[in-house]
Design a protein around this ligand. Structure first.
Ligand code: FES
Ligand SMILES: [Fe+2]
Length: 336
């Protein structure tokens, strides 16, 4: 059961946020698909009249519409054959014959839906804010490289909490980029977005740059400076811009989370990079990123439980300013 003072994958307040439900290719024409979101079943269907999302529940006897088919641009329920048009209106009830009056309650209400940043997004209720702006998305000097979607045994909030955190690098990422030299967290500022539903944090630090081939040849030092800029937007979209001055590499990570149910979350990640002209380099970048994520998952898939306490119950320091701000935004969302 949800405690009002904690965030979980099924907190009702999350209905007021844009959440990803898949990539556009996941929804081929005239093939209704069931997706899970916040523990609920949603049917997403691409028809000639457009892409739409509804509760995966027929208003007649609660059958799954996702198990039906598309006929004449209508979703046909697999149970008694009722048909719903692009506006969600029931236009055919076979049991009543052709001249029948369809009950006015035989209607599907569509959820808000949009396609952006290579993902299909759904909001189950009126969203409190728009998706964050990602100017790098349309930068032609950056190649878009998608990681495969990954289902993790942790809550979306826990993944975001970890993603925003930079105190864990030397401990969790010692096998990849984490540098012992990077333990101390210097002062940084959390710049709140005007509408209060997001923030930006800039933080320069040092890493062990194991991705740089010139480290092995001795031409570049292993310990290299890196500038990080986090852009967070409620509830679960984050952009992390990484700039490495020694190698001139720019890597912009875009991550969005789909809370599937209480215990599972689907992670979508795209990298926008200026150093991956070849497919081999892109694959190498994917493998490295997956290795880093595996290091994080070892910790976040084994946290105490699937909740993030929003009031008392956790100790914070000045190094945690950004993850405290994340909690503040979640608290606002859950009580909005
Ligand atoms: S349950 Fe859908 S038509 Fe009866
Ligand atoms: Fe990490």
């Amino acid at each position: 059961m949800n405690q009002p003072n904690s965030l979980t994958n099924t907190s009702p307040g999350l209905r007021r946020g844009w959440l990803p439900v898949g990539r556009p290719d996941d929804f081929p024409l005239d093939s209704p698909r069931r997706v899970e979101l916040l523990g609920e079943g949603v049917v997403v269907v691409q028809r000639r009249s457009g892409l739409a999302a509804y509760a995966d529940r027929c208003p007649h006897r609660n059958a799954r519409l996702s198990a039906g088919r598309v006929v004449d641009d209508c979703i046909e329920c697999p149970y008694h054959g009722w048909r719903f048009d692009g506006a969600g209106q029931c236009v055919h009830v076979p049991a009543l014959g052709p001249a029948a009056t369809v009950p006015p309650t035989a209607h599907l209400s569509a959820f808000r839906l949009q396609e952006r940043y290579g993902l299909i997004w759904v909001a189950l209720d009126e969203p409190v804010c728009e998706l964050p702006e990602i100017p790098e998305w349309s930068d032609p000097s950056l190649r878009q490289i998608w990681l495969p979607p990954i289902d993790i045994n942790a809550a979306a909030g826990q993944f975001v909490d970890n993603f925003l955190d930079f105190g864990h690098f030397p401990f969790v990422h010692a096998g990849t980029f984490g540098a012992g030299e990077d333990e101390f967290i210097g002062d940084y500022e959390v710049q709140r977005r005007e509408d209060g539903w997001g923030f930006v944090v800039e933080y320069p630090h040092t890493i062990h740059n194991n991705e740089d081939p010139l480290v092995k040849t001795g031409e570049h030092p292993l310990v290299q400076p890196r500038n990080m800029t986090y852009t967070y937007g409620a509830p679960f979209a984050i952009v992390l811009r990484l700039e490495l001055p020694i190698t001139s590499v720019m890597n912009v990570l875009f991550t969005a989370l789909q809370p599937l149910n209480e215990s599972t979350t689907r992670v979508y990640t795209a990298m926008l990079r200026n150093d991956c002209a070849t497919d081999a380099k892109a694959q190498h970048a994917i493998d490295y990123e997956l290795e880093i994520m595996a290091e994080d998952l070892k910790v976040i898939e084994r946290l105490w439980d699937g909740t993030i306490p929003l009031g008392a119950g956790q100790a914070h320091t000045r190094a945690d300013r950004n993850t405290v701000e994340f909690r503040r935004i979640m608290q606002r969302l859950l009580s909005a």
